[in-house]
Design a protein around this ligand. Structure first.
Ligand code: ATP
Ligand code: MG
Length: 771
C-alpha cells in the first residue's frame, strides 16, 4: 500500500510495518515463531536511524545471545549500507550491564578494570568463606551456595533482600550472612561474578539517580528480543532504564530495600526488588501492590518482542509473566500481533501448532503460512542411539548429494550428552560439523578432566594431563605446589607425576599438601594396577568415583551440573565401543585433532534445543524424542505439570526452527545410568497431528525395522504404533544383535534388563500418555 518509502520497509506486511513505524511509546510484539519479530526489531533500528530519530549510541538493543547480537549487527549493516557511524548498544543483558558497570565502577566499590570471576573462582572464594565460618564443606558444599547466590542474583536480590527462610536454608542459617560477606570480598578483590554484571548495575542505578538519569536520557529507544525469557533482574534493569527521566532529584533510597518505595508514588524507578519476585499472578495483574498506575511520566520508547510459547528458561528464573504483564507495566502500550509465519512450510507449521495447543498456560494465537505444504514431518524409530546417529548421518549425506548446503542442516538435541554420538559419527564419516552455543563434546571441561585422569593412568609422563587434574577436585594442591613440582621435574628431567612421587618423600611441602599429594600418587598407582585386571569402562567409573570428581559435580547446584554428570556417563558409555583404554584415547586424539575450521566452511550445526532459539535452518533433525529424555524426567520430577509445559514449548521451539524439513527420531533402547533400558516414544509424538506426519523407516542399516511392524500402523495412535513396533522389531533386533556379536562382555546381563524394563515400560505406557 504505502508506496515508496525506504527500501528496508519493502516486503513487510502491514502489522510488521506498524511495529517498525510506531516509534513513540511502548510497543509489544507478541507473536509466534517465524513471524518476523527479530526482523521487525532490526528494521526498526534501521528506521530510527534513517529517520534521524536517534543517533546509534542512543539506541539500546538487547538480544539473548552474543551470536544474535552479532547477526543483528550484520543485518543492520546490510540494510543501511555504510551510512551510519557508530553502532547502537547491541548485546546481551550481561554484556551491556557489564559495560555500564565499568564506566561507573567506583560507585559500586569497584575499579573499572574489575575482573569477572568464573564459576571456579567463585567456588574457591566461597570455600574460603565457609571455612572462616567453620561450616563443613562436605555437608554444605561451596558449589551449592554458588548456585543459590546465582539464583538470588537472577531474582534481583541483594544480600538483605533474600527472604529469610531461603537465606537460612544454607549452612545452619548462615547462607544469607555468607552471601553478604561474599559480596564484600568481591569488592576487596576488585571482582564481580556473572550475576553482578546486572545486579550491581541495578544497585548502581538505584543508589545513583543521576547516573540512572544519564542513561535514561541517552537511550531514546530500547529494543528487546526474546522478551519471554527475561528473568526478574533483567526485567528490573529494563524497567529502570525505560522510565522517562524523572525530574525529581531526591535520591530516596540508599542501599537497603525501603518498604516505603512500594508505595513510592511518582517514583517508579525505585522498585522494591524483593517484592516483585516471584510473580505468582497470572494475567490480569492485580493492581496496587507493586506498582502504582498513576505514574505521570510517559514511559520510554521501548519495543519488546516475544512469544509466550517459546519461553524455555523458566529453570533459570525466566518469568514468562513479564511478557504477560507488559501492558500493565507500560501503560498505553501498543500490542501488535503478527500471524503470518514466513519460515516454515505448511506441514511443519501445522505440526508445531497442534503440538503446542496441548499446553494450557498460554495466550493462544493464530499462525498461518502462505507457503506450500511441503514435506510432512517425519518420525523415525531406531534400535538405539547409535543407529539413530547412523541414520541421521546417512540422511545428511543424502541431502548433501542432492545439493543441500550443510549450513542449512542442524541437529537439535535435548541434552548435551546426546551430541557425543553424532560427533563420533561425523568424524567417522568425515562430515564437517560445528557445535553452537557450547564446546564440542570432547572439549567440554568435565570431559577433558575425566580424560586427563585416564591419560595420566595410561601414560604417567603425560604432564599436561596430570597438571590439569592434580587439584581437581580441590585437594589443597595449589599453584605453589604445582610450581614446585615443575621445578623438581625440570631439575631431575622426570615427568611431573614422578616428581610428585619424589617430592612426597621430602619435607619440601607442608604436611597437609604432602599428605594430599601422596594420597593422589597412591591412588594413581592403584588405578594403574586395576587397569590390568578390570575393563577400561569399569576403570573409568572407579576413577571418577574414587577421585571425588563425580561427587564434585553432584554437589554442584549450578544450572549445568546435571548436564555435566550426564556427559560423564555418556563418556563412559562411549568407551564401550573400544577394545581398551589405549584404543579409546587414540580415537579421542583423532577427534580432538579435527580442525574446527575458521567457521567459513560448510558444516552441519549441532546444538541443544535451548541454544537454537531464534535460529532457522532448512533441514532440522530432532533426535531422542523419548519419554524420560524428552520430556526430561528430571524436569517432570522437579516441576510437574509446569515442567511438562516447558518441555513442550521446547519441542515447539525445535519444530519451528525448520524451514523445509523437520525430522524426528526416537530410539527404543538407551543406556541410562549404566543400564540398558527400553524407552517409550515421547508423548510429544502422540500429540502430533497424523495428517502432517509421516512414519519412515530407519536408514540406519541394521535392516530390521522392515515392513509390517510399525511402518504400517496408523500414526494417530502412536500407542499401538509403539507396541506393534516394539514387539516384533524388538525381537528381530535382538536376534540381529546377537548374531553380529555387537554385545560384547556384559551383554547377557543387559539383555535381561532389556526384557525387564520393556515389560514395565509397555505396562506403564497407558499411564503416561493421557492423550
Ligand atoms: P522466532 O520466534 O523463531 O525468533 P521471529 O519471529 O523472530 O522467529 P524472524 O527470524 O524475524 O522471526 O523471521 C523468520 C524468517 O522469516 C526470517 O527468515 C525472515 O527473514 C523471514 N521474514 C520475516 N518477515 C518477512 C517478510 N515480511 N517477508 C519475507 N520474509 C520475512
Ligand atoms: Mg526471533
Amino acid at each position: 500500500a504505502a508506496a515508496g518509502g525506504p527500501q528496508y520497509l519493502n516486503g513487510l506486511n502491514p502489522e510488521q510495518r506498524e511495529a517498525v513505524e510506531t516509534l513513540d511509546g511502548p510497543v509489544l510484539v507478541l507473536a509466534g515463531a517465524g513471524t518476523g519479530k527479530t526482523r521487525v526489531l532490526t528494521t526498526r533500528i534501521a528506521h530510527i536511524l534513517s529517520q534521524g530519530r536517534a543517533r546509534p549510541h542512543e539506541i539500546l538493543s538487547v538480544t539473548f545471545t552474543n551470536k544474535a547480537a552479532r547477526e543483528m549487527k550484520v543485518r543492520l549493516g546490510h540494510m543501511l549500507g555504510q551510512a551510519v557511524e557508530g553502532m547502537p548498544w547491541l548485546g546481551t543483558f550481561h554484556s551491556i550491564g557489564g559495560r555500564i558497570l565499568r564506566t561507573h565502577a567506583e560507585l559500586v566499590q569497584l575499579k573499572s578494570n574489575f575482573t569477572v570471576l568464573d564459576v571456579d573462582d567463585q567456588v574457591r572464594l566461597l570455600k574460603q568463606l565457609l571455612q572462616a565460618e567453620n561450616i563443613d564443606d562436605k555437608r554444605w558444599p561451596a558449589r551449592m551456595l554458588a548456585g543459590l547466590i546465582d539464583s538470588w542474583k537472577n531474582r534481583g536480590l541483594l544480600p538483605g533482600q533474600v527472604p529469610s527462610g531461603e537465606a537460612a536454608s544454607f549452612g545452619n542459617g548462615k547462607g544469607g550472612k555468607i552471601y553478604a560477606t561474599y559480596q564484600e570480598r568481591l569488592k576487596i578483590l576488585n571482582a564481580a561474578d556473572f550475576g553482578d554484571l546486572l545486579l550491581e548495575n541495578i544497585r548502581l542505578f538505584r543508589e545513583n539517580p543521576d547516573v540512572l538519569r544519564q542513561y535514561q536520557n541517552r537511550f531514546k529507544f530500547i529494543l528487546v528480543d526474546e522478551y519471554q525469557d527475561t528473568n526478574v533482574a533483567q526485567y528490573l534493569w529494563l524497567r529502570l532504564l525505560s522510565q522517562a527521566p524523572s525530574s525529581s532529584t531526591s535520591p530516596r533510597l540508599r542501599g537497603e530495600v525501603d518498604a516505603r518505595s512500594a508505595s513510592g508514588e511518582g517514583d517508579p524507578p525505585h522498585i522494591v526488588l524483593a517484592e516483585i519476585a516471584p510473580h505468582p499472578d497470572p494475567l490480569p495483574v492485580k493492581n496496587g501492590e507493586r506498582e502504582n498506575s498513576a505514574t505521570p511520566a510517559p514511559p520510554k520508547n521501548i519495543c519488546c518482542v516475544g512469544d509466550d510459547d517459546q519461553s524455555i528458561y523458566g529453570w533459570r528464573g525466566a518469568e514468562v509473566d513479564n511478557i504477560l504483564r507488559f501492558e500493565h507495566d507500560f501503560p498505553g502500550a501498543k500490542v501488535i500481533r503478527l500471524e503470518r509465519n514466513y519460515r516454515s512450510t505448511g506441514h511443519i507449521l501445522a505440526a508445531a501448532s497442534h503440538l503446542i495447543a496441548h499446553n494450557e498456560g498460554r495466550l493462544g494465537k493464530t499462525l498461518r503460512t502462505e507457503d506450500v505444504d511441503g514435506e510432512k514431518v517425519t518420525v523415525t524409530g531406531s534400535w538405539d542411539s547409535e543407529e539413530e546417529a547412523r541414520a541421521i548421518g546417512e540422511e545428511i549425506e543424502e541431502l548433501q548429494r542432492s545439493g543441500e548446503n550443510l549450513n542449512d542442516v542442524a541437529i537439535l538435541v535435548r541434552a548435551s550428552f546426546q551430541m557425543r554420538e553424532f560427533e563420533d559419527r561425523f568424524v567417522t564419516l568425515g562430515l564437517p560439523y560445528r557445535v553452537i552455543g557450547g564446546p564440542r563434546f570432547y572439549e567440554r571441561a568435565e570431559i577433558r578432566d575425566a580424560l586427563a585422569y585416564l591419560r595420566t593412568i595410561n601414560s604417567p609422563a603425560d604432564d599436561l594431563a596430570f597438571e590439569r587434574i592434580v587439584n581437581v577436585p580441590k585437594r589443597g594442591l595449589g599453584d605453589a605446589t604445582v610450581q614446585m613440582l615443575h621445578d623438581h621435574a625440570r631439575k631431575k628431567r622426570i615427568p611431573l607425576f614422578e616428581a610428585a612421587r619424589a617430592v612426597v618423600e621430602t619435607d619440601e611441602l607442608k604436611p597437609k599438601a604432602r599428605g594430599s599429594l601422596r594420597d593422589l600418587v597412591m591412588q594413581f598407582d592403584r588405578w594403574r594396577a586395576q587397569s590390568e585386571v578390570t575393563s577400561h569402562t569399569e576403570l573409568a567409573e572407579i576413577v571418577l568415583d574414587e577421585s571425588g570428581y563425580t561427587e564434585m559435580w553432584q554437589k554442584d547446584r549450578s544450572a549445568d551440573a546435571a548436564g555435566r554428570l550426564e556427559n560423564l556417563k555418556e563418556l563412559v558409555r562411549s568407551m564401550e565401543e573400544f577394545e581398551n583404554l589405549q584404543g579409546f584415547l587414540e580415537h579421542i586424539s583423532l577427534v580432538m585433532d579435527r580442525d574446527g575450521g575458521d567457521g567459513s566452511e560448510e558444516a552441519v550445526s549441532l546444538m541443544t534445543l535451548h541454544s537454537a532459539k531464534g535460529l532457522e535452518f532448512d533441514n532440522v533433525f530432532l533426535p531422542g524424542w523419548e519419554e524420560g529424555l524428552f520430556p526430561s524426567q528430571r524436569t517432570l520430577d522437579e516441576q510437574g505439570r509446569a515442567g511438562l509445559e516447558e518441555e513442550r514449548r521446547l519441542a515447539h521451539v525445535g519444530l519451528t526452527r525448520a524451514r523445509r524439513r523437520a525430522k524426528l527420531y526416537f530410539a527404543t533402547n538407551r543406556r541410562i545410568h549404566g543400564t540398558w533400558s527400553t524407552t517409550i516414544p515421547s508423548r510429544f509424538l502422540d500429540e502430533l497431528p497424523a495428517h502432517n506426519v509421516e512414519i519412515t523407516e530407519s536408514k540406519g542399516g541394521s535392516g530390521w525395522g522392515g515392513s509390517g511392524g510399525y511402518g504400517a500402523s496408523r500414526f494417530d495412535n502412536l500407542e499401538s504404533f509403539g507396541s506393534s513396533y516394539t514387539t516384533p522389531g524388538w525381537q528381530r533386533a535382538q536376534a540381529n544383535r546377537n548374531r553380529s556379536g555387537q554385545g560384547r562382555g556384559g551383554f547377557e546381563e543387559r539383555q535381561s534388563s532389556f526384557s525387564g524394563s520393556r515389560n514395565d515400560a509397555s505396562g506403564s505406557r497407558g499411564g503416561t500418555s493421557s492423550g
